[in-house]
Write a new protein. Sequence first.
Length: 206
Amino acid sequence: MANFVTSVFQAIRRPRLSILTIAATYAISLIVGIVVVHAGSPFALHSRNQLVDQASQQDPAARAAGRGNGLHATLLDFTGNLFVGALPKTVSGFAVIFPYPLVAYQGWVGGIVSVNADRASRFNDPRSAAYYLLTLLLQLIPYSLAVGAGVNCGLALLRPQPCYQGQKWLRIFPKEALLDLARIYALVVPLLLIPSLWEFLSPWNL
């Protein structure tokens, strides 16, 4: 067990630059979204309302939450975040630059929903602000790990670090980079469950 934990931390250390750039992209676009929607941008406000309305009608987790089934909503949100959110962005990371605009859009969306339908800021109430910010942080960590690991695999294809210059899978993909990706996902999967639990089962969900 100790060896596995050590290998996971090593797997995170190697692609730390990719992970940090993904996190920074999300954080910057998040801040931009918060600023423009609080400035009253018609485009941001319209986008916010359109996205929330679409989610309430089409998102299975949102519909389950609307019926008062928080646990079912949690499981639906978790599987969606993993298989529709994290995994495709991780795979897109093999092309290195592709996930960055996707992550930037995700951060933008997270920012513009910092106001309610009546344009009241979530930051007006301390508990609402804490719930909103903690939800974003709990999502940021596993997504940054997952997508950063994908970008790291892409970089290992183009210009591998010494640790990735060994065996290759299918004579293309550096085996050690793929193993690092798998080790990181061993941490990402449970970490993705935490924000779903918090988002739908927290007593602070107003």
